[in-house]
Design a protein around this ligand. Sequence first.
Ligand code: HEM
Ligand code: HEM
Length: 405
Amino acid sequence: MTNTKNSYGGLARFFHWAIALLILTAFALGIIGDNMPRNAETVDTLKTLYSVHKTVGVTVFILAVLRIIWAIVQPRPVPLHPEKKLETLAAEVMHWALYGALVVVPLSGWVMHAAEVGFANIWWPFGQGLPFVPKSEAVSHAAGAVHGVAVFVLLGAVVAHIAGAVKHVVIDKDDTMARMTKGVSAGDASTSSHSLIAPLAGLGLWVIVIGGALAGNAMAVETAAAPAEVEATQDEPSGIMPVTDAPEWTVTDGRLSFKVAQSGAPIEGVFDTWNAQITYDVDTGLGTVSVNIDTTSLTLGSVTSTAKGPEFFNTDAYTTSIFEAEIARIENGPAHVATGDVTLIGQTVPVLLEFDLQVDGTAAKMTGQALLDRRDFGMGQGYADESTVGFAVDITVELTAQRAE
Ligand code: HEM
Ligand code: HEM
């Protein structure tokens, strides 16, 4: 069961191969999940896939903690070629980098999961949260950034590690592999013990990786705070089916506005009267939305009457605009898209509304943006260029809603 100075005992070998298998499984599932389209047809598969991913990952974490304790209290088998100082050090740094990965990778995933409102649960009876981890989009994002970077550092370390193992089999033809597979004894047990440099270098690597990932995430959050240009596309995401049994939500407060350039400077228009029917299922991230906008309730600075006139919203002939779309969560996070159509002055145009949704119990808060082009509706044909009125109409929606009980 236990190690000696020149062999790995049964428990160390069990930890090594069990964790290697589980980690490759978790990695493969993570990559598959990351590349799977998110829509109504894949949502069940995704849920199962991520539940398996998380359950395997949490198992890795628990085994890894036990393994590291075991590695510290047990004798570490001596290097087979102590005279090759650099190679020995490289192999040992890699081992400690891998121990670090076995903690950082699953723990970052776990924190990301604990901080967000559930999608795919860990299959176990001990709850889904973590002590000291609040339900917070910022925390979940930051942990997700660490997870996303750490998995690739892990991949790099595993590839280097396996390459080293293969070299020992193919080129050196020594017992390095046999020590880990069959537990044979090899190496001179009287040679000197291991240096502290390897664990410190392994730890240092992870301090840099985590720091880098968090700094990168903080910068990305700052950039995202600036309004992003949202391109309306017709074909993405595809295949979303209407969801009829999702819970209904009632809008309790909200603001519907848009920005358009007037002589090059943005002016803001606001619709005072509108209502929305929303269905949304927190578990699947799918839903529907239908908005009725009273275009006569528009105010647009000093040009309100021009805007309501025949050249633009033509409110004498058309008093309502309708937006109908299907909602899908695009990642396991707050980001969503509503893909559908907006009908305005008799023209129906596809639109993509990108929004963030935060659900807290039965209350939800959303902020979103969509970009339209007035020419698609044949609006302002007398203003053929952008010198007086811009083409882009940047719509912003902010609302809070309450789930019907
Ligand atoms: C050994 C452990 C693990 C490995 C090797 C691993 C690997 C991966 C990989 C390769 C991805 C795809 C890349 C990415 O989206 O950034 C991923 C995504 C993900 N992992 Fe893990 N993971 C592990 C443990 C966990 C654990 C324990 C949890 C949660 C309890 C978790 C939750 C997630 C989630 C939610 C995503 C999706 C992130 C997104 O799409 O936004 N992972 N993981
Ligand atoms: C199929 C792939 C793998 C092969 C062929 C392999 C091979 C080996 C061998 C031969 C050793 C002994 C090295 C020595 O005695 O100096 C070893 C040790 C080690 N391997 Fe792997 N390995 C594989 C996958 C992994 C993975 C995925 C990890 C983890 C994350 C890992 C982590 C370690 C660690 C930390 C050690 C140090 C000893 C211990 O605590 O178990 N290995 N590996």
